[in-house]
Unconditional design. Sequence first.
Length: 183
Amino acid sequence: MLAGDPYHASDPEIAADQQAAAEWMQRFNQTSSMAERDTLLRKRLGSFGAGSTIRPPFHCDYGSNIHLGAGVFLNFNCVILDVVAVRIGDGTQIGPGVQILTADHPRDPAERASGMEWGVPIKIGRNVWIGGGAILLPGVTVGDDAVIGAGSVVTWDVPAGATVAGNPARELQRGSSAEKQSS
């Protein structure tokens, strides 16, 4: 699974890891203590940079495949399906309700019915701003200093410094009216 190879989500070892993550999420999402939340994040996530914050509720598949740089902020109700690595660079800010999805499935209905799936890593650079409700699909890389508009669906890589918006997300022209409204 971690190599991006096809796997069955019902595999007993995978199911046990998901159960452990579900128990961890319940505890994380119910605590009001920031210190306890930080301790829980340091224990569960693959890496948790200094000064990073995740506001509950937060949902993930495993947690151990999530790597946050320093000063990363995830607002309420973010979902990270981390069947493979999700790397988020220093100073990135992620709005409420954002979904970061590494899990993928066969397009052919017969293959999909077999229960096979796989993951494709996602990498988000430094100082990225992702607006509320945005969705990042498997395999996307977002360059440093990029901006992703609220509600956007990111289906391909976003260049460093670009501002993208829409479904599917497209780069906004420099100086466009949409860009002026967001600044």
